[in-house]
Design a protein around this ligand. Structure first.
Ligand code: ADP
Length: 341
């Protein structure tokens, strides 16, 4: 018998996907290698009655980092606490989580790269030896108290491994990178979730939604919800490929799955910066969007689709991107990049 985990803190980001989030790793589609490795580590921890080693998940948003992190304590039958890196500004913000952690329980820290440096350093002995040093009082009266913690498992999630310092990274026993999903995997997610949301879909409609979801389950779910609304409002009944296409066209999702923001990024680069190279800060200022949003949410899929490349001098558009926008690179003085320059 496994106990249901106890959620002690509110989920850090609004979980509008609660009804569609897989509850067990077996229900997750794709990421089979990650799943297989986690399964072994979990089983070994259960057999040895030891805490599972610390795990770091990285990859673009919406690929299943939180889903994995929430399934693991369920498999282990242990409680989980949830924290967000952005709210951990000083060691005192982390102390309650550490002292509350029960034996073998899980502490999930989302956006762990946003944790303050002082918190990170405070975490090292907690991760390594399950102890922390707390300073009481100030000045000459200050004393250091060494506190033992119950052995626990830290699960971190980040969209930016590059921002995680080497000492923190090295303290994770497993590091798992989540990749974009194939169209086939997303179609499977769409078909399953259509049943949960009680939408009737033809197979080719599911394939179309999958192909336009930028390799990301969260986006596939959002597209599916929109198509459900569209079909309801239009009294469309069973959703055919044609209806799905109309619904996505109305939302300005193109045949590569890019939305308005993605195309605005590409167009800004083409029209204002002649196809680059341009730094992400300049693009962010011009578009009036935080650079972090571009780096975390927009660029990963454009890079993977070979619409942009990163060079030492900044981002550049590829010939494929100009073609996708229906623009000629020459018209903008563009020096379009090939992937092999
Ligand atoms: P991340 O933490 O990486 O931003 P989440 O774990 O919150 O992403 O995933 C977003 C949503 O996508 C989940 O709520 C779930 O509905 C769906 N999802 C993610 N990964 C999978 C998967 N492997 N199989 C099925 N659905 C998934």
């Amino acid at each position: 018998m496994t106990r249901e985990p106890i959620l002690r803190a509110p989920v850090p980001t609004p979980d509008d996907d609660h009804d569609l989030r897989p509850q067990r790793m077996e229900e997750m589609v794709g990421q089979r290698e990650v799943y297989a490795r986690l399964k072994i580590a979990i089983e070994a921890a259960l057999v040895r009655r030891e805490p599972l080693g610390h795990i770091l998940f990285d990859g673009p948003p919406g690929l299943g980092k939180t889903t994995f992190a929430m399934c693991i304590p369920r498999h282990l039958g242990v409680p989980v606490q949830i924290a967000s890196g952005a709210t951990l500004k000083a060691p005192k913000d982390l102390i309650p989580y550490l002292t509350n952690a029960e034996e073998r329980s899980v502490l999930f820290v989302d956006e762990i790269h946003r944790m303050h440096k002082s918190v990170e350093e405070f975490l090292y002995p907690a991760m390594e030896d399950f102890r922390i040093d707390i300073t009481l009082g100030e000045g000459v009266n200050a004393r250091t108290l060494n506190l033992r913690l119950k052995p626990f498992t830290l699960i971190g999630a980040t969209t930016r491994t590059g921002l995680i310092s080497a000492p923190l990274r090295d303290r994770f026993h497993m590091r798992e990178h989540l990749e974009f999903y194939s169209v086939g995997e997303l179609a499977e997610i769409v078909r399953r979730n259509a049943v949960k949301l009680q939408i009737e879909l033809t197979d080719d409609a599911a394939e179309l939604i999958a192909a336009r979801s930028r390799g990301t389950p969260r986006i596939a779910n959002n597209r599916l919800r929109w198509i459900r609304d569209y079909a309801t409002a239009k009294k469309a009944g069973k959703v055919s490929q044609q209806v799905a296409e109309q619904a996505l066209t109305m939302q300005k999702v193109d045949h590569l799955g890019l939305d308005r923001q993605d195309r605005r990024y590409l167009e800004t680069m083409a029209r204002i910066f002649g196809g680059g190279p341009v730094g992400v800060e300049a693009l962010a200022h011009t578009m009036n969007i935080p650079a972090d949003t571009l780096v975390d949410e927009v660029e990963p899929f454009l890079l993977r689709s070979e619409l942009i490349i990163r060079t030492s001098r900044g981002r550049r558009l590829t010939a494929k991107a100009f073609e996708h926008l229906g623009l000629s690179p020459d018209a903008f003085g563009g020096k379009q990049a090939t992937l092999f320059e």
